[in-house]
Design a protein around this ligand. Structure first.
Ligand code: 6PG
Length: 477
């Protein structure tokens, strides 16, 4: 017998993905650099389906039916290149290498180009949903040549999560690095969602005076409404958890320094290159890095802050409702920014990415899965050339209804000295976009003053320069 798919790299994500294929009836060749792991997988989970354990790279390739479909699940960066170099010489034209790691999309573009010369189809495939998702159904974001999806797609559709309407959470996102790009932005949005939830929690605690267990209840209530999402759900779980050793709320015994593996940072780096203002995502990345500067934070603890004036119990409930509004409005903004980044990449790399399809495959399986994504899909389906999510009437109306509370929450946070960089950046973005005039005009004047950088006028075409050091008359620029 031969295997319809092979997975090499059997750490938890690779192992669970291999099991998912096997549980769905596919024969799966499995391989790992250290064969002990391969044997362990088959010993432990062999009863779940058909596995072919391959000790060597050669055996692994020989076990695959042609055209071969070889999934690599190793660390992004050099380990991925090393595995590609190991297997590529053993493959034949028409075979497929599928990289299911969190690769940087620029690496994926390079690898796709290099392998194309050998006739090998390289599919950079974003996979979201953590360990559980990989096993029970992730959201899958494959890029690479469209034709590869013809044979790979049906298998992915089988193992992927299904949205509430039954649609598989996978689509051919676009050529070469498009899949990994979209996965990267997914993670950027994930960072923003987490930061906004974190700010909501801190406000409920420090301004409203609630305990973690009470805040968990508030999140549970929110999860019944428009904020219904995996991240809100697990937030309630984490907040209600009590540390067994101390009896304290778990959240109070965890060191408050957030780590990151880099995909959020990439989202911001690329956005800077593309000139896309993803300020909410950037604040989320910066908030994590700030939290990690322990020495700097120690040195700053004595700095002056406002006098705390906690709310009364009666006020607290109303405040919690306002925080929900602020969180929801800020969430709309961070998704607006993330989708703008994908849209910009579409133009920059000539990728035919369907934004409605992207929101559709994020409805299930992935970390940011949420009822909300169905509404984004509806917005793009109604109008594929939507300039921004904020231009969608429904979202615009929801923000209109939320904005007073959103502002009040940020005012309260500022007054009490609770940092809300995510809420505030989102509101600033919203206010800047809707502004009639921006101080960018003044920036242009300053640039022209000190560097003769020229400016355009509102009333005439062309570029102009004012003779600032002379008689201040205007000349053509
Ligand atoms: C997912 C997650 C996954 C992983 C992140 C965590 O979609 O399943 O995003 O990719 O959990 O890499 O990222 P940080 O370690 O940077 O928080």
């Amino acid at each position: 017998t031969s295997a319809q798919i092979g997975v090499t790299g059997l750490a938890v994500m690779g192992r669970n993905l291999a099991r998912n294929f096997a549980r769905n009836g596919y024969t799966v060749a499995v391989h790992n650099r250290t064969p002990a792991r391969t044997r362990a997988l088959v010993e432990e989970f062999g009863s779940e389906g058909e596995f072919i354990a391959a000790e060597s790279a050669k055996d692994f390739v020989a076990a695959l039916e042609r055209p071969r479909r070889l999934v690599i699940m190793v660390k992004a960066g050099e380990p991925t290149d090393a595995v590609i170099q190991e297997f590529a010489p053993l493959l034949e034209p028409g075979d497929m290498i599928i990289d299911g790691g969190n690769a940087h999309f620029a690496d994926t573009r390079r690898r796709e180009r290099d392998l194309r010369e050998q006739g090998i189809h390289f599919v950079g495939m974003g996979v979201s949903g953590g360990e559980e998702g990989a096993l029970h159904g992730p959201s899958i974001m494959p890029g690479g040549p469209k034709e590869s999806y013809d044979s790979l797609g049906p298998m992915l559709e089988k193992i992927s999560a299904k949205a509430a309407d039954g649609a598989p959470c996978v689509t051919h996102v676009g050529p070469d690095g498009a899949g990994h790009f979209v996965k990267m932005v997914h993670n950027g949005i994930e960072y923003a969602d987490m930061q906004l939830i974190g700010e909501a929690y801190q406000l409920l605690r420090d301004v409203a005076g609630y305990e973690p267990a009470q805040i968990a209840e508030i999140f549970r209530t929110w999860n019944q409404g428009r904020l219904d999402s995996y991240l809100i759900e697990i937030t309630a779980e984490v907040l209600s958890h009590v540390d067994a050793a101390t009896g304290k709320p778990f959240v109070d015994v965890v060191v408050d320094q957030a780590e990151q593996k880099g995909t959020g940072r990439w989202t911001v780096q690329i956005a800077l290159d593309l000139g896309v203002p993803v300020s909410g995502i950037a604040e989320a990345v910066f908030a994590r890095s700030l939290s990690g500067h322990a020495a700097l934070r120690d040195a700053s603890r004595g700095l002056a802050g406002p006098k705390a004036s906690p709310l009364s119990e009666a006020e607290a409930g109303a405040f919690a409702d306002r925080v929900e509004q602020a969180l929801y409005a800020s969430k709309i903004v961070s998704y607006t920014q993330g989708f703008h980044e994908i849209d910009a990449a579409r133009a920059e790399y000539d990728w035919d990415i369907d934004l409605g399809a992207v929101s559709a495959i994020w409805r299930g399986g992935c970390i940011i899965r949420a009822a909300f994504l169905d509404r984004i899909r509806a917005a793009y389906d109604a109008r594929a050339d939507l300039p921004s999510l904020l231009s969608d009437e429904t979202f615009a109306q929801e923000i209109a209804a939320a904005q007073d509370d959103w502002r009040e929450v940020i005012i309260a946070a500022t007054r009490q000295g609770v940092p809300t960089p995510g809420f505030a950046a989102a509101l600033a973005y919203y206010d800047a976009l809707r502004a009639e005039r921006l101080p960018a005009a003044l920036t242009q004047g300053q640039r022209d003053f000190f560097g003769a950088h020229t400016y355009r006028r509102t009333d005439r075409d062309g570029s102009f320069h004012t003779l600032w050091g002379g008689d201040r008359s205007e000349v053509a620029g």
